[in-house]
Design a protein around this ligand. Structure first.
Ligand SMILES: NC(=O)c1ccc[n+]([C@@H]2O[C@H](COP(=O)([O-])OP(=O)(O)OC[C@H]3O[C@@H](n4cnc5c(N)ncnc54)[C@H](OP(=O)(O)O)[C@@H]3O)[C@@H](O)[C@H]2O)c1
Length: 248
């Protein structure tokens, strides 16, 4: 089950957190995985080395590109080439009240979280269509359903991405390509380490999670693996929440 041998995967934002866990999981099932980040080649190389040391079956590649730039997706595709599995995990999130967020901050979040996702899908889809096999997973957020008062624009960008998934799923299904969204709830990653280390805020957040605890990046990786596999071939157009019931 879940044999990804001879599949090539790109996981955006896989130097740490959820993207790293997904990349490691796909590699452990035999996929050749490109580890991607925006900050430095060294950070990507370190992540790839850790995945390799953990016993990856597939080959590992590295790519650096800033998806907050209008030409970021093109540069990434130029560096990586065609893939069979595309996981769009990288995002930018500003914690700021809706009436204080600047036009530039709006643009950066929509560019990274929505426009670059669409552009990468446009660039990667022809190869998948030619082979009659492709898997696309976007990473959304439980905030699509339970908005956080300080992240209105971030939540909107994730909701826009989900709408794209719904639309494309119908068009890509006859071509052997599935596209799904995975929406994490509260997952302990470097992104929210500082916020969750405040005991009062932590208590308030945990009270909103029926399971009573924050998930780990690995909780998201298994769900992503299903959506990227042959076993997931009949699943398309869904939003798979991995949130300990927080959406309810
Ligand atoms: N953690 C949660 O509780 C949670 C909840 C709901 C949804 N999510 C979603 O899950 C995904 C992963 O979250 P996370 O918590 O694992 O995030 P994270 O720890 O902040 O990691 C973000 C990743 O994205 C990359 N990245 C950041 N800015 C980028 C840019 N401009 N261009 C390209 N790559 C960029 C980072 O690479 P560099 O460091 O090299 O820049 C890093 O690999 C995101 O889409 C997030 O919105 C997370």
């Amino acid at each position: 089950m879940f044999d990804l041998t001879n599949k090539r995967a790109l996981v955006t934002g896989s130097t740490q957190g959820i993207g790293y866990a997904i990349a490691a999981c796909l590699a452990s099932q035999g996929a050749d995985v490109i580890v991607h980040g925006s900050s430095s080649y060294e950070k990507c190389a370190n992540a790839a080395a850790r995945i390799s040391a953990a016993g990856a079956e597939g080959k590992l590649g590295i790519a650096v590109a800033d998806l907050s730039k209008p030409d970021g997706a093109e540069k990434l595709y130029e560096a990586v080439g065609d893939v069979d599995i595309l996981v769009l995990n990288a995002s930018i999130q500003y914690r700021k009240k809706w009436n204080e967020i600047t036009p530039e901050e709006m643009e950066i979040q929509f560019q990274t979280n929505f426009k670059s996702s669409l552009r990468l899908i446009q660039l990667c889809e022809p190869h998948m269509e030619k082979n009659g096999w492709g898997r696309i997973v976007t990473v959304g957020s439980v905030q699509q359903y339970k908005p956080h008062r300080d992240m209105a624009v971030y939540a909107s960008s994730k909701a826009a991405q989900m709408n794209l998934v719904t639309n494309l799923a119908k068009q890509l299904a006859p071509l052997g390509i599935t596209i799904n969204n995975l929406s994490p709830g509260v997952i302990a990653t470097p992104r929210n380490e500082a916020a969750l280390s405040d005991p009062d805020y932590n208590k308030q957040v945990m009270a909103g999670i029926p399971a009573g605890f924050a998930g780990t990046a690995e909780d998201c990786a298994g769900a992503a693996l299903l959506l990227c596999s042959d076993e997931g071939r009949y699943i398309t157009g869904i939003d798979l929440t991995v949130d300990g019931g927080m959406k309810l």
